[in-house]
Design a protein around this ligand. Structure first.
Ligand code: G
Ligand code: MN
Length: 386
């Protein structure tokens, strides 16, 4: 038997019996197999490690095989993906081809066919990778040139089809709109989640370009008469803090700075930013207000409070979800609110989805809310449902 050393296979299926049976077929002759029981978990695996071939079911809860394939393609344009389905349908076959599936197999798959298809795909991929590496000059961050070029193209399309959605932030007691958060969207099918666009921009070193485009679009939208009088909340990536354009008085967003709250997430580190305090001072001098985003999801603890001296704190939706039935979340929200009051900060609770969450938050002293309960992010400045 030939050894297929170091071929790594990722198997994705929600049925444990299928995973066991496919593992038995594939895990031999030097092939290692990892398994995931849903598309979401599999996507995380793909981000963390590289595989020579991926074999995935199509019909799965949470994330279908097609959505999974699409998520992979945003990250890795080359890895061969073999999709397997019990219910072949033209629609899914068309999608599979569109997102570059290697093969589309129907259940039941014969052991020999599965083995041969997977090994052939993995070998071809490995060969192509080795060839590309041999052609490549060292030092271009280890990614294939072809892959990078393809990502550039996708990113450029993604940017050209980009638009800003707006979601209202409401004052509950007085039933008034307090402001709108601007959220990035793109109609490019492979770049349609903000995370995909940001990830591509980061890998291509084009975060500044993306940030500038976002800020220009928000400034343009702010000219709409429907937005008059409302504060606009704009998310910053930590890399934006290193972009001189952000501090230019002539930049489009600077011209409306006194209406703008800049959100800096607590999820990511501000480690790469040279002098956060000085950056914040410059932004405040231009008239911007600062907000800590995703508070409570954090990793930075409360250091962002001292680093940013924000006027607004946005409670992460993980604290909001089910807060009505969870005394631990209630305690955290109550003390966060108290702390923010003492520091003279406004508190916005994000991701409010149910009346029960809203009422509990109000009882805990919160009044500013954002979430699907009032309105989803959408084009234009939509009025909330009360
Ligand atoms: O990280 P930040 O808080 O900026 O992200 C806000 C994200 O949360 C947006 O992508 C928006 O679409 C989403 N969002 C807004 N309101 C809700 C909600 O009520 N529930 C959920 N699950 N997501 C929401
Ligand atoms: Mn935000």
């Amino acid at each position: 038997m030939p050894q297929h050393d170091e071929l790594r296979v990722l198997l994705v299926d929600d049925d444990p019996a299928v995973l066991r049976s496919y593992t038995r077929i594939l895990a031999r002759d030097g092939v290692t197999v990892e398994t995931a029981s849903n598309g979401k978990e599999a996507a995380e695996r793909v981000m963390a490690a590289s595989f020579d071939v991926i074999v995935s079911d199509i019909v799965m809860p949470e994330m279908t095989g097609i959505e999974f394939l699409k998520a992979i393609r945003a990250h890795d344009l080359d890895v061969p993906v073999i999709l397997i389905t019990g219910e072949p349908a033209l629609e899914s076959a068309v999608r599979a081809v569109e997102y570059g599936a290697f093969r589309y197999l129907t259940k039941p798959v014969a052991a020999q066919e599965l083995w041969e298809t997977a090994i052939r795909a993995a070998r071809l991929h490995k060969m192509a990778t080795l060839k590309r590496e041999a052609l490549e000059l060292p030092g271009n961050d280890g990614r294939g040139l072809g892959e990078r070029a393809a990502l550039e193209v996708r990113f450029t399309w993604g940017m050209s089809l980009m638009w800003m959605a707006f979601q209202p932030i409401v004052g509950w007691r007085d039933r008034r709109v307090f402001g709108y958060e601007a959220l990035l969207r793109s109609d490019e099918p492979l770049m349609n989640s903000p995370a995909n666009i940001l990830d591509a921009a980061e890998r291509l070193g084009r975060l500044h370009e993306l940030g500038r485009a976002v800020r220009a679009k928000v400034a343009a939208a702010a000219e709409a008469p429907e937005s008059a009088g409302f504060r606009l909340f704009v998310n910053l990536h930590s890399a934006d803090l290193n972009d001189e354009e952000l501090y230019s008085a002539g930049a489009p967003l600077s011209k409306i700075a006194n209406r703008v709250v800049l959100e800096v997430t607590e999820r990511a580190s501000l480690y790469g930013v040279k002098n956060v305090a000085a950056c914040v001072a410059r932004l405040k001098a231009l008239g911007f207000q600062m907000a800590v985003d995703d508070l409570g999801a954090g990793y930075a603890g409360l250091t962002s409070f001292t680093q940013l001296e924000p006027g607004v704190a946005k409670l992460d939706m993980s604290l909001v979800r089910g807060v009505d039935a969870d005394s631990r979340r209630q305690s955290i929200v109550r003390s966060m609110k108290k702390l923010c009051d003492e520091l003279g900060m406004m508190v916005i609770a994000e991701g409010v989805e149910t009346p029960a969450e809203r009422d509990m938050l109000a009882e805990l002293g919160c009044d500013l809310f954002q979430g699907y309960l009032f309105a989803k992010p959408q084009r234009g400045f939509t009025a909330p449902r009360w």
